[in-house]
Design a protein around this ligand. Structure first.
Ligand SMILES: Nc1ncnc2c1ncn2[C@@H]1O[C@H](COP(=O)(O)OP(=O)(O)O)[C@@H](O)[C@H]1O
Ligand SMILES: O=P(O)(O)OC[C@H]1O[C@](O)(COP(=O)(O)O)[C@@H](O)[C@@H]1O
Ligand SMILES: [Mg+2]
Length: 542
């Protein structure tokens, strides 16, 4: 297939009808797919795809010498060096005064050699490159800046937690409060209770370092959470009424979309409010960042359930242990909990369709393991096989308050089907043990490594907001913390790459069937889906 530029403002897909495209409206994710993807598929462009305004490289006044500086600057150094920058309060409040960062005087940072992040520092999105590959996409490196745009006395910060639970939320809350106080001398931090709707329907909590000192030892969220209830206007009215000027929003993909809407409304109203998103998701489904906080804790905690199922299964003749783990659309917990365990015979995830009957199917494999090993252990993600469950239950699509599709219980469904098959068709007696530990895993406090991660996230968010950045999400990209435009993390979902090496490692470790009879066909399907996704994005953006 060949893609070519027809002219500067339209892009043609020769194999389909012509799809006109304004050069200035190529969606960001297009670029993600584009240069490297297109190159790998031998798709040639007559000129490289580069980011159009306003997402083109913009390093602001902080990084530009006084002679160069007259507001924001396009730093279009190289066609293939791209910085996806985050907004700054001075974008819509150009006369905002700045102040020297008080961190320099703080006890903690007094002897640090380079207290402040070099404004030119960026973090590369892709670190596996070849000699001739484009330099690609970069994000602004997180950390303290020489100039801040708030005095400690003027800051009134708030923290809100939304969506499902995840280990480590309380650590993030604690470290935002302590970071603001201990690094910047900020005393005024309030907690919004019960998620987004708490902005306009509940009283706030005063969050002092004393109040939050022990909360990291508890699971859940000290501030409570909810789904639904996002009303941008009411929320921003409330932010204004309460005199809040820094908003820290902890939550998943839905929450980050809400944060982006708040940021846009704030910008529209021209008020000095920095909006910082801290990504939370136990499913690890947030794009761009390496991994979400609480994920390691969840994988570790899942071992207890998997081990229990294994003990049960191996203690009886023809024991079948099934464990259901979280993962709506992304099977990361199931995949890594399986890889970390080694007793698991089969892992089923939403990304990888499976089938039950016939050669290469699950029943055949279960029977083989029962004969070879006397027992079998299956781990499955809640989103796996939903199409089967929906068919057999003739369910209609229900949604939760946030609009997420409510899943049917695939664990119970699979348990019943395996039982029926072996009892009625194979006339074998099996001992089935099904464990669903999902809420138990989510509700625990984070482990030590996640606590460290949560601290970095919280402190990076505080540094970013104090430096006047806004509309950003913070997170590690190739293990260096970065400020990422919120839209960037919400426009796609992080899922297990079936054609990547990690899934192959799992298959090699469990020796389970891949449920793929024709791997070339799957690769082509994945490729086609990618091309279709690009195509759809182009259509949607025109
Ligand atoms: N597209 C959206 N725009 C604005 N707010 C949203 C959007 N999607 C979800 N939200 C809000 O974000 C919050 C959490 O969303 P949810 O999907 O339940 O959890 P998570 O953030 O963990 O994905 C809810 O209050 C919901 O109303
Ligand atoms: O029952 P609840 O509280 O709605 O949560 C269930 C969902 O929450 C999750 O744990 C995480 O979802 P979010 O990231 O959207 O909060 C999913 O794995 C699961 O489907
Ligand atoms: Mg979500």
């Amino acid at each position: 297939m060949e893609l070519s530029f027809c002219n500067a403002s339209s892009l043609r897909f020769p194999h389909t009808d012509s799809v006109p495209l304004h050069y200035c409206s190529i969606p960001e994710s297009f670029h993600t797919f584009s240069n490297s993807y297109l190159a790998s598929k031998s798709i040639s462009l007559r000129r490289p795809l580069i980011w159009p305004q306003p997402r083109l490289v913009r390093l602001r006044a902080e990084s530009v010498s006084p002679t160069e500086s007259n507001g924001s600057v396009d730093k279009h150094v190289d066609d293939d060096f791209i910085i996806e920058d985050v907004p700054h309060l001075t974008d819509f409040l150009p006369d905002l005064p700045s102040y020297p960062n008080p961190l320099k005087r703080s006890q903690a940072y007094a002897i640090v050699k380079e207290t402040f992040v070099n404004p030119e520092d960026v973090v590369a999105k892709d670190i596996i490159v070849q000699k001739d590959s484009p330099r690609g996409v970069h994000f602004r490196r997180a950390g303290p800046r020489e100039k801040v745009f708030f005095t400690p006395e003027e800051v009134r910060a708030c923290i809100v937690t939304c969506g499902g639970l995840c280990p480590g939320i309380n650590t993030v809350i604690r470290e935002i409060v302590c970071g603001l106080k201990n690094m910047y001398g900020v005393d005024d931090v309030i907690g919004i209770q019960g998620g987004y709707r708490g902005f306009y329907s509940k009283n706030t909590l005063d969050l002092t370092t004393k109040v939050v000192t022990d909360i990291h030892k508890r699971g859940g969220t000290f501030l409570q959470t909810s789904r639904g209830g996002h009303d941008t206007k009411k929320i921003v009215d409330n932010i204004q009424d309460r005199g809040i000027n820094q908003v820290y929003i902890i939550g998943g993909d839905g929450t980050q979309k809400g944060a982006a809407a708040i940021h846009k409304e704030v910008e529209k109203r021209g008020i000095k409010v920095a909006v910082a998103g801290i990504p939370k998701t136990i499913d690890n489904d947030i794009a761009v960042i390496d991994k979400s906080f609480g994920f390691d804790t969840a994988v570790e905690e899942a071992q207890r359930a998997i081990n229990a199922a294994h003990v049960e299964a191996e203690s009886m003749e023809n024991g079948v242990g099934i464990v259901k783990l979280m993962g709506r659309y992304s099977g990361f917990i199931a995949m890594l909990a399986t890889l970390g365990n080694r007793d698991v015979d089969c892992c089923l995830i939403p990304e990888s369709p499976f089938f039950l009957e016939g050669p290469g199917g699950l029943y055949e494999y279960v029977e083989q393991r029962l004969k070879e090993n006397g027992h079998v252990l299956i781990v499955l993600a809640e989103g796996a096989g939903q199409e089967y469950v929906a068919q057999s239950m003739q369910a209609f699509q229900e949604k939760d308050a946030s609009g997420n599709r409510l899943l049917l219980d695939v664990g119970l469904w699979l348990t019943q089907h395996i039982k029926d098959h072996f009892t009625n068709i194979r006339k074998m007696t099996i001992n089935m043990k099904y464990i669903d530990p999902t809420y138990m895993i989510r509700a625990i406090p984070s482990n030590a490594s996640d606590n460290i991660y949560c601290t970095l996230l919280a402190q990076s968010a505080v540094h970013g907001a104090m430096a006047g950045f806004t509309g950003f999400t913070v997170g590690p990209v190739n293990s260096r913390h970065a400020y990422i435009p919120i839209d960037r993390v919400t426009e796609t979902t992080n899922t297990v790459n079936l054609t990547g090496r990690m899934w192959a490692r799992l298959l090699a470790s469990t020796n389970q069937p891949s449920f793929i009879q024709d791997s070339q066909a799957v690769r082509e399907r994945v490729d086609k889906q990618t091309i279709d996704a690009i195509h759809n994005m182009i259509i949607n953006s025109t």
